[in-house]
Design a protein around this ligand. Structure first.
Ligand code: SF4
Length: 252
């Protein structure tokens, strides 16, 4: 007897099971109860406020299993970058002596950041001033090429904001860290090419991002909604925002 009903293939069955397990793991992870300093450079303060307040994302906007796999691959590649830089002779610390991650906590613990690493020393031939902050990101080929061409500050301002804030806030734990440019490593996920760039401390940017964090906390405490970044929902950022329906259904 003929059976034209589609039966999931082995690939579909396994992929669905993998994604279901990742999504379940994510759902069981308690949400952050703080504002992540790595997010403060995002262009819209209202979107950051929604995130901080744990406003539900629009339907279909939760991270898919595939997105979660992309994040996990990024983390695994960052671990590889640590190995590669150490093999090149950099004294790269990613953990404190007690095993904890380097990071900071300010505003009564309501703004926090976790640091990829701190370069404590490097061979003279490399010419790196230390101690310096190390930040690593993975990118697709298009974004990586833009980063190489224009630099991280122009091509990925959100990462530049993160670096500036981390340099500022890590100064209390690692004196002198903001006097040395940060080392930014970008891995091309498509070609395995590496980009390494020095990022001088931008105190003005760090101050603006810190002020932004305080503004978000204060507005949330006062029950006030921060303004939209755009006048209509066709704006580029709004089209990709996971809170777009929520945001534009509000009167202001
Ligand atoms: S929809 Fe646009 S204005 Fe509203 S929170 Fe998202 S990015 Fe901001």
């Amino acid at each position: 007897m003929l059976d034209y009903n589609h039966r999931p293939s082995i690939a579909e069955r396994i992929n669905a099971a993998v994604d279901a397990s990742l999504e379940a793991e994510r759902a069981a992870t308690p949400p952050r109860d703080y504002l992540g300093a790595s997010r403060l450079g995002q262009p819209c303060e209202r979107a950051l406020q929604f995130e901080f307040a744990h406003a539900p994302k629009d339907e279909g906007q939760e991270f898919s299993g595939r997105s979660l796999r992309i994040f996990a691959i990024g983390h695994a590649l960052e671990d590889l970058a640590v190995k590669w830089l150490r093999a090149a002779g950099l004294d790269l610390a990613t953990r404190k002596r007690d095993g904890g991650q380097f990071g900071f906590s300010v505003a009564g613990g309501r703004i926090r950041g976790h640091v990829d690493g701190i370069v404590m020393g490097a061979p003279a031939a490399i010419g790196l001033r230390t101690p310096c902050l190390w930040e690593c990101k993975t990118m697709n080929a298009k974004n990586w090429r833009a980063c190489v061409k224009d630099g991280v500050a122009a091509s990925k301002p959100v990462y530049a904001a993160q670096i500036a804030l981390y340099q500022a806030y890590m100064e209390a734990t690692v004196p002198g860290i903001s006097a040395s440019p940060a080392l930014f490593t970008a891995i091309n996920k498509d070609t395995a090419e590496l980009h390494n760039e020095l990022v001088p401390f931008d105190a003005d940017l760090a101050q603006r991002m810190s002020d932004r964090g305080v503004r978000i906390l204060r507005a949330t405490d006062a029950g006030e909604l921060l303004p939209r970044m755009a006048r209509n929902r066709d704006f580029f950022e709004c089209r990709f925002c996971p809170f777009s329906t929520r945001c534009w259904s509000l009167p202001t």
